[in-house]
Unconditional design. Structure first.
Length: 364
Protein backbone atom coordinates (compact mmCIF):
# COMPACT_ATOMS: atom_id res chain seq x y z
CA UNK A 1 0.00 0.00 0.00
CA UNK A 2 1.39 3.37 -0.98
CA UNK A 3 0.26 6.76 0.17
CA UNK A 4 0.18 9.84 -2.01
CA UNK A 5 2.67 12.53 -1.06
CA UNK A 6 1.37 16.07 -0.84
CA UNK A 7 2.85 18.52 -3.31
CA UNK A 8 2.32 21.40 -0.91
CA UNK A 9 5.62 22.97 0.21
CA UNK A 10 6.63 22.24 3.80
CA UNK A 11 7.65 25.31 5.80
CA UNK A 12 10.66 24.36 7.88
CA UNK A 13 11.19 26.77 10.77
CA UNK A 14 14.75 26.91 12.04
CA UNK A 15 14.38 28.01 15.64
CA UNK A 16 17.44 29.50 17.30
CA UNK A 17 17.96 30.67 20.83
CA UNK A 18 16.91 34.25 21.45
CA UNK A 19 19.97 36.27 22.47
CA UNK A 20 20.07 39.36 24.70
CA UNK A 21 22.75 41.74 25.91
CA UNK A 22 22.66 43.84 29.09
CA UNK A 23 24.06 47.35 28.53
CA UNK A 24 24.51 50.66 30.29
CA UNK A 25 21.67 52.99 29.27
CA UNK A 26 24.07 55.88 28.63
CA UNK A 27 26.82 53.85 26.95
CA UNK A 28 25.78 50.76 25.03
CA UNK A 29 29.44 49.76 24.66
CA UNK A 30 29.50 49.05 28.41
CA UNK A 31 28.23 45.50 28.90
CA UNK A 32 26.83 44.51 32.28
CA UNK A 33 27.47 41.21 34.03
CA UNK A 34 25.43 39.58 36.77
CA UNK A 35 21.89 40.69 35.96
CA UNK A 36 19.35 37.94 36.74
CA UNK A 37 15.98 37.62 34.99
CA UNK A 38 12.87 35.50 35.26
CA UNK A 39 11.13 34.53 32.01
CA UNK A 40 7.34 35.02 31.89
CA UNK A 41 4.87 34.09 29.15
CA UNK A 42 1.33 34.59 27.87
CA UNK A 43 -0.25 33.00 24.84
CA UNK A 44 -2.23 35.97 23.50
CA UNK A 45 -1.49 39.68 23.44
CA UNK A 46 -4.81 40.51 25.13
CA UNK A 47 -4.30 38.07 28.01
CA UNK A 48 -4.39 40.02 31.26
CA UNK A 49 -1.04 38.96 32.68
CA UNK A 50 2.11 36.96 32.13
CA UNK A 51 2.82 33.72 34.01
CA UNK A 52 6.30 32.39 34.92
CA UNK A 53 7.73 29.90 32.42
CA UNK A 54 8.32 26.61 34.25
CA UNK A 55 11.22 24.25 33.51
CA UNK A 56 12.42 21.06 35.16
CA UNK A 57 15.61 21.26 37.17
CA UNK A 58 17.43 18.85 39.48
CA UNK A 59 17.74 20.33 42.97
CA UNK A 60 19.55 18.29 45.66
CA UNK A 61 19.11 15.13 43.63
CA UNK A 62 15.41 15.67 43.01
CA UNK A 63 13.78 16.89 39.82
CA UNK A 64 11.67 19.97 40.48
CA UNK A 65 9.66 22.44 38.43
CA UNK A 66 11.12 25.94 38.75
CA UNK A 67 10.81 29.30 37.00
CA UNK A 68 13.13 29.73 34.03
CA UNK A 69 15.88 32.24 34.78
CA UNK A 70 18.88 33.69 32.94
CA UNK A 71 21.99 35.58 34.04
CA UNK A 72 24.07 37.98 31.94
CA UNK A 73 27.68 36.90 31.47
CA UNK A 74 30.94 38.86 31.32
CA UNK A 75 30.04 40.13 27.85
CA UNK A 76 26.56 41.08 29.09
CA UNK A 77 24.98 38.35 26.95
CA UNK A 78 22.62 35.49 27.67
CA UNK A 79 20.37 33.24 25.58
CA UNK A 80 16.90 31.80 26.04
CA UNK A 81 16.13 28.34 24.59
CA UNK A 82 12.49 29.06 23.75
CA UNK A 83 10.53 27.89 20.71
CA UNK A 84 6.88 28.28 21.71
CA UNK A 85 4.98 31.01 19.86
CA UNK A 86 3.52 33.68 22.10
CA UNK A 87 4.36 36.72 24.17
CA UNK A 88 7.27 36.88 26.61
CA UNK A 89 8.49 39.24 29.31
CA UNK A 90 11.75 39.44 31.25
CA UNK A 91 11.49 40.42 34.91
CA UNK A 92 14.74 41.55 36.52
CA UNK A 93 15.24 39.97 39.95
CA UNK A 94 18.82 41.14 40.45
CA UNK A 95 20.49 44.17 38.88
CA UNK A 96 24.20 44.35 38.01
CA UNK A 97 26.41 45.74 40.78
CA UNK A 98 26.00 49.52 41.24
CA UNK A 99 22.94 49.60 38.98
CA UNK A 100 19.27 50.10 39.80
CA UNK A 101 16.88 47.18 39.48
CA UNK A 102 14.10 47.98 37.00
CA UNK A 103 10.63 47.12 38.38
CA UNK A 104 8.05 45.29 36.30
CA UNK A 105 8.69 43.90 32.83
CA UNK A 106 12.09 45.18 31.74
CA UNK A 107 11.78 43.78 28.17
CA UNK A 108 8.83 42.33 26.27
CA UNK A 109 8.93 40.44 23.00
CA UNK A 110 6.98 37.92 21.01
CA UNK A 111 7.93 34.81 19.06
CA UNK A 112 5.99 33.96 15.91
CA UNK A 113 7.01 31.19 13.51
CA UNK A 114 10.62 31.50 14.60
CA UNK A 115 10.69 35.27 14.14
CA UNK A 116 11.27 37.63 17.07
CA UNK A 117 9.53 40.98 17.52
CA UNK A 118 10.29 43.35 20.39
CA UNK A 119 7.80 45.67 22.07
CA UNK A 120 9.02 49.23 21.53
CA UNK A 121 7.76 52.27 23.40
CA UNK A 122 8.44 54.43 20.35
CA UNK A 123 5.97 53.41 17.58
CA UNK A 124 8.21 54.97 14.92
CA UNK A 125 11.00 52.62 15.97
CA UNK A 126 8.48 49.79 15.96
CA UNK A 127 7.58 50.55 12.34
CA UNK A 128 10.97 49.23 11.20
CA UNK A 129 10.49 46.07 9.13
CA UNK A 130 12.91 43.74 7.35
CA UNK A 131 12.09 41.50 4.40
CA UNK A 132 12.47 37.73 4.48
CA UNK A 133 15.89 37.72 2.80
CA UNK A 134 17.00 41.03 4.27
CA UNK A 135 17.14 42.83 0.92
CA UNK A 136 14.48 45.42 1.82
CA UNK A 137 13.89 47.47 4.96
CA UNK A 138 10.95 49.77 5.62
CA UNK A 139 10.34 52.37 8.32
CA UNK A 140 8.00 55.28 9.00
CA UNK A 141 9.78 58.56 9.70
CA UNK A 142 6.80 60.70 10.69
CA UNK A 143 2.99 60.86 10.52
CA UNK A 144 0.30 63.52 10.33
CA UNK A 145 -2.97 62.10 11.63
CA UNK A 146 -5.07 65.08 10.54
CA UNK A 147 -3.79 65.01 6.96
CA UNK A 148 -3.73 61.17 6.98
CA UNK A 149 -0.18 61.21 5.64
CA UNK A 150 3.08 59.52 6.58
CA UNK A 151 6.68 59.87 5.48
CA UNK A 152 8.33 56.54 4.72
CA UNK A 153 11.81 55.23 3.91
CA UNK A 154 12.56 52.09 1.93
CA UNK A 155 16.12 50.79 1.62
CA UNK A 156 17.05 48.21 -1.02
CA UNK A 157 20.20 46.17 -0.31
CA UNK A 158 20.69 47.76 3.13
CA UNK A 159 23.68 45.57 4.07
CA UNK A 160 25.68 46.40 0.92
CA UNK A 161 25.70 42.81 -0.28
CA UNK A 162 26.66 41.98 -3.85
CA UNK A 163 23.38 42.42 -5.74
CA UNK A 164 22.97 41.43 -9.38
CA UNK A 165 20.39 43.45 -11.32
CA UNK A 166 19.81 41.38 -14.48
CA UNK A 167 17.88 43.81 -16.68
CA UNK A 168 15.67 46.85 -17.00
CA UNK A 169 12.87 44.43 -16.14
CA UNK A 170 14.03 44.63 -12.52
CA UNK A 171 12.22 46.95 -10.14
CA UNK A 172 10.61 47.42 -6.77
CA UNK A 173 6.84 47.03 -6.93
CA UNK A 174 4.80 48.99 -4.40
CA UNK A 175 1.19 48.10 -3.59
CA UNK A 176 -0.88 51.29 -3.21
CA UNK A 177 -4.46 50.01 -3.02
CA UNK A 178 -5.76 51.97 0.00
CA UNK A 179 -3.09 54.67 -0.02
CA UNK A 180 -1.01 56.51 -2.62
CA UNK A 181 2.45 58.01 -2.94
CA UNK A 182 1.92 61.75 -3.07
CA UNK A 183 2.35 64.17 -4.75
CA UNK A 184 2.40 62.88 -8.29
CA UNK A 185 5.73 63.35 -10.07
CA UNK A 186 4.12 65.25 -12.92
CA UNK A 187 2.25 67.69 -10.68
CA UNK A 188 5.04 68.22 -8.17
CA UNK A 189 7.63 69.18 -10.79
CA UNK A 190 5.21 70.77 -13.25
CA UNK A 191 6.19 68.31 -15.99
CA UNK A 192 4.38 67.45 -19.18
CA UNK A 193 4.85 63.77 -18.37
CA UNK A 194 4.72 61.47 -15.36
CA UNK A 195 2.92 58.32 -14.32
CA UNK A 196 3.42 57.73 -10.61
CA UNK A 197 4.18 59.31 -7.28
CA UNK A 198 7.31 61.33 -6.60
CA UNK A 199 10.05 59.48 -4.69
CA UNK A 200 13.38 60.88 -3.52
CA UNK A 201 16.31 58.52 -4.06
CA UNK A 202 19.83 58.56 -2.60
CA UNK A 203 22.62 56.04 -3.19
CA UNK A 204 24.84 54.86 -0.34
CA UNK A 205 28.23 53.44 -1.32
CA UNK A 206 29.80 50.58 0.60
CA UNK A 207 32.47 52.04 2.86
CA UNK A 208 31.49 55.57 1.84
CA UNK A 209 31.21 58.63 4.06
CA UNK A 210 27.46 58.89 3.63
CA UNK A 211 25.13 56.92 5.90
CA UNK A 212 21.40 57.04 6.62
CA UNK A 213 22.17 59.25 9.61
CA UNK A 214 23.93 62.01 7.67
CA UNK A 215 22.02 62.07 4.38
CA UNK A 216 21.08 65.61 3.29
CA UNK A 217 18.45 66.91 0.90
CA UNK A 218 21.12 67.54 -1.74
CA UNK A 219 21.99 63.82 -1.73
CA UNK A 220 18.58 62.89 -3.14
CA UNK A 221 17.33 62.86 -6.73
CA UNK A 222 13.67 62.87 -7.72
CA UNK A 223 12.26 59.87 -9.58
CA UNK A 224 9.03 58.87 -11.23
CA UNK A 225 7.61 55.36 -11.44
CA UNK A 226 8.27 53.43 -14.65
CA UNK A 227 4.66 52.25 -14.50
CA UNK A 228 1.52 52.72 -12.45
CA UNK A 229 -1.80 50.93 -12.80
CA UNK A 230 -4.60 48.77 -11.44
CA UNK A 231 -5.15 45.06 -12.02
CA UNK A 232 -8.35 43.72 -10.52
CA UNK A 233 -8.64 45.23 -7.06
CA UNK A 234 -4.90 45.89 -6.70
CA UNK A 235 -3.22 49.18 -7.50
CA UNK A 236 0.51 49.73 -7.54
CA UNK A 237 3.61 51.26 -9.08
CA UNK A 238 7.04 50.09 -10.21
CA UNK A 239 10.33 51.94 -9.77
CA UNK A 240 13.23 50.75 -11.92
CA UNK A 241 16.36 49.55 -10.12
CA UNK A 242 18.77 50.38 -12.95
CA UNK A 243 17.25 53.83 -13.29
CA UNK A 244 17.65 54.59 -9.59
CA UNK A 245 21.24 53.28 -9.65
CA UNK A 246 22.03 55.79 -12.39
CA UNK A 247 22.48 53.26 -15.18
CA UNK A 248 22.11 55.00 -18.56
CA UNK A 249 23.38 52.35 -20.98
CA UNK A 250 20.94 51.43 -23.72
CA UNK A 251 22.44 47.93 -23.78
CA UNK A 252 20.40 45.92 -21.29
CA UNK A 253 23.20 43.95 -19.67
CA UNK A 254 23.24 42.71 -16.06
CA UNK A 255 24.99 44.93 -13.53
CA UNK A 256 26.33 43.99 -10.12
CA UNK A 257 26.42 46.49 -7.27
CA UNK A 258 26.96 46.74 -3.52
CA UNK A 259 25.16 50.09 -3.40
CA UNK A 260 22.17 50.65 -1.14
CA UNK A 261 19.18 52.40 -2.72
CA UNK A 262 17.40 54.73 -0.29
CA UNK A 263 13.85 55.71 -1.28
CA UNK A 264 11.89 58.30 0.69
CA UNK A 265 8.35 59.41 -0.09
CA UNK A 266 5.12 60.67 1.41
CA UNK A 267 2.13 58.33 1.53
CA UNK A 268 -1.48 59.46 1.93
CA UNK A 269 -4.45 57.32 2.92
CA UNK A 270 -7.29 57.34 0.40
CA UNK A 271 -10.18 59.66 1.29
CA UNK A 272 -12.52 56.65 1.60
CA UNK A 273 -10.07 54.80 3.88
CA UNK A 274 -11.81 54.70 7.26
CA UNK A 275 -9.46 52.17 8.90
CA UNK A 276 -6.58 54.64 9.32
CA UNK A 277 -4.27 51.88 8.08
CA UNK A 278 -2.21 51.43 4.93
CA UNK A 279 -1.99 47.85 3.67
CA UNK A 280 1.53 47.67 2.26
CA UNK A 281 3.53 45.29 0.11
CA UNK A 282 6.98 45.99 -1.31
CA UNK A 283 8.35 43.41 -3.75
CA UNK A 284 11.89 43.25 -5.14
CA UNK A 285 11.53 41.89 -8.66
CA UNK A 286 14.38 40.59 -10.85
CA UNK A 287 13.45 39.81 -14.46
CA UNK A 288 9.75 39.62 -13.57
CA UNK A 289 10.37 37.13 -10.72
CA UNK A 290 9.81 38.15 -7.09
CA UNK A 291 13.12 37.79 -5.21
CA UNK A 292 12.18 39.30 -1.85
CA UNK A 293 9.31 41.14 -0.20
CA UNK A 294 8.22 42.93 2.94
CA UNK A 295 4.62 43.29 4.08
CA UNK A 296 3.20 45.66 6.65
CA UNK A 297 0.04 47.37 7.81
CA UNK A 298 0.77 50.96 8.84
CA UNK A 299 -1.62 52.25 11.51
CA UNK A 300 -1.35 56.01 11.18
CA UNK A 301 -3.57 56.70 14.19
CA UNK A 302 -1.62 54.40 16.54
CA UNK A 303 1.71 55.89 15.51
CA UNK A 304 0.36 59.44 15.89
CA UNK A 305 -0.92 58.61 19.38
CA UNK A 306 2.56 57.34 20.32
CA UNK A 307 1.35 53.92 21.45
CA UNK A 308 3.85 51.07 21.97
CA UNK A 309 4.04 48.52 19.17
CA UNK A 310 5.94 45.37 18.20
CA UNK A 311 8.88 45.72 15.82
CA UNK A 312 10.80 43.19 13.76
CA UNK A 313 14.13 42.26 15.31
CA UNK A 314 17.19 41.28 13.29
CA UNK A 315 18.29 38.09 15.04
CA UNK A 316 21.88 38.59 13.92
CA UNK A 317 22.09 41.11 16.78
CA UNK A 318 21.22 40.50 20.45
CA UNK A 319 18.24 42.34 21.95
CA UNK A 320 19.52 45.15 24.15
CA UNK A 321 18.34 45.56 27.74
CA UNK A 322 19.31 48.82 29.45
CA UNK A 323 20.11 49.62 33.07
CA UNK A 324 20.97 52.94 34.71
CA UNK A 325 23.51 53.41 37.48
CA UNK A 326 22.11 53.74 40.98
CA UNK A 327 22.55 57.13 42.66
CA UNK A 328 22.58 57.39 46.44
CA UNK A 329 22.80 60.53 48.56
CA UNK A 330 26.32 59.73 49.79
CA UNK A 331 27.68 59.31 46.30
CA UNK A 332 27.25 62.95 45.34
CA UNK A 333 25.32 64.37 42.41
CA UNK A 334 21.65 65.31 42.47
CA UNK A 335 20.86 63.08 45.48
CA UNK A 336 23.26 65.00 47.72
CA UNK A 337 22.06 68.37 46.48
CA UNK A 338 18.41 67.55 47.21
CA UNK A 339 19.15 66.32 50.74
CA UNK A 340 21.40 69.31 51.44
CA UNK A 341 18.76 71.81 50.33
CA UNK A 342 16.08 70.00 52.34
CA UNK A 343 18.32 70.11 55.43
CA UNK A 344 18.98 73.83 55.04
CA UNK A 345 15.26 74.53 54.72
CA UNK A 346 14.49 72.54 57.89
CA UNK A 347 17.29 74.24 59.83
CA UNK A 348 16.11 77.68 58.75
CA UNK A 349 12.53 76.88 59.74
CA UNK A 350 13.63 75.57 63.13
CA UNK A 351 15.72 78.69 63.77
CA UNK A 352 12.79 80.92 62.85
CA UNK A 353 10.40 79.07 65.20
CA UNK A 354 12.97 79.18 68.02
CA UNK A 355 13.51 82.91 67.64
CA UNK A 356 9.76 83.53 67.66
CA UNK A 357 9.35 81.56 70.88
CA UNK A 358 12.18 83.47 72.57
CA UNK A 359 10.58 86.72 71.48
CA UNK A 360 7.27 85.73 73.02
CA UNK A 361 8.88 84.73 76.37
CA UNK A 362 10.71 88.09 76.65
CA UNK A 363 7.49 90.00 76.05
CA UNK A 364 5.81 88.05 78.85
Amino acid sequence: MTESVSKEPINVINYKEVEFVKVDANDHNTKLQGAVFEVHYKKNENDTKYEPVKVKKTVEGKEQEVTMTATSGKDGKFKLPITKDGYYALVETKAPDNYSKIPGNIREFKLENGKVKTLEKDPLKASYKTSTKGQITSEILSVDKDKKTFKQRIVINPNHESMKVPSYGSYIRIKETDWKITPKYKEALNKDYGVGGLVNVAILKKGGDKTLANLEEKDFKKFDAISFGTAGNLTGSRYGLKEMLGETSTTDKPITTTDSIVMEFTGKLEDNNTTNTADQLFELVFDSSIYDEVRDKIDVKTIAENKPAYADHDQKDPIQIENRKAEYPHTGGMGTLIFTLAGLVLMSAAAYVYSRKRGVSYDD
